[in-house]
Ligand binder design. Structure first.
Ligand SMILES: [Zn+2]
Ligand SMILES: [Zn+2]
Length: 237
């Protein structure tokens, strides 16, 4: 452990929090001389104090041990960079729009990547009163169900929590200007669809020359060979 680095970080975090050495020392039941010693790099905090010290300073304990915070560059505000995380223990759904160290139930969580090998539960979308209604063919038993659906575009995110033993269908608002629809299945993970394709809006697709998308009505699209192939001979989940 690099005591000089750790000490500098303790000083930085303490100053950011507006705490004096004595205030930190009092919360840890130690003398303020000890804090001063750490901050000068003349010794590292005892391991028994790490957790309390991380709490007092509001810091990630691992980063504190490494003596580095490695901050991200400022967020540029693009919501479509959103990443989803699901805790495998409690089912907590977390999101971030930049690199983050996210933990739940003692596990470090990795951002979910769309599972391109998952069965295609392509939602069928209907336009209902300025909203959309998505019908999904998917199991909703406790051992295999959709945990959430999300719509994302560059400035908004909409998340619908879904529950076992209930319908996998959901309504969602018009997300103006395309974006993506995500479904998260407890067995197959994250599935991603382009809203323009689901809604048969070809505006964006037509701009790309040589796009393989065939602009036909949506109901025809869901019966396309790519979908039936992946589900052939099996139940739709
Ligand atoms: Zn958890
Ligand atoms: Zn599934």
């Amino acid at each position: 452990m690099d005591c000089a680095k750790v000490g500098k970080l303790i000083l930085q975090l303490r100053t950011e929090k507006g705490l004096t050495q004595k205030q930190v020392a009092d919360q840890l039941n130690i003398s303020n001389k000890t804090i001063s010693k750490w901050e000068c790099g003349l010794g590292c905090p005892d391991v028994s104090l790490w957790e309390a010290l991380a709490n007092v300073l509001g810091a990630d304990i691992l980063k504190l041990l490494q003596g580095e915070l490695n901050p991200n560059r400022p967020d540029v505000g693009k919501m479509d960079r959103i990443q989803f995380y699901v805790c495998p223990v409690c089912g907590n759904i977390l999101t971030s729009t930049g690199a983050a160290s996210i933990a739940c139930c003692g596990r470090q969580l990795q951002p979910l990547l769309p599972n391109t090998a998952a069965p295609k539960h392509t939602p069928q979308i209907e336009d209902v009163d300025a909203e959309y209604y998505a019908t999904v063919q998917h199991d909703m038993r406790r051992e295999h169900y959709l945990l959430f659906a999300a719509c994302v575009n560059d400035d908004r995110v909409w998340i619908n929590r879904l529950y076992p033993e209930q319908s996998p269908n959901f309504r969602f608002p018009d997300m103006w200007g395309g974006g993506s629809l995500y479904l998260y299945c407890t067995k197959h993970g994250l599935m991603k669809y382009e809203l323009d394709v689901l809604l048969n809006r070809n505006r964006r697709l037509q701009e790309k020359p040589g796009n393989r998308h065939n602009p036909q009505p949506f109901r025809m699209r869901i019966a396309s060979s790519s979908d039936t192939k992946s589900e052939s001979g099996s139940k739709p989940f």
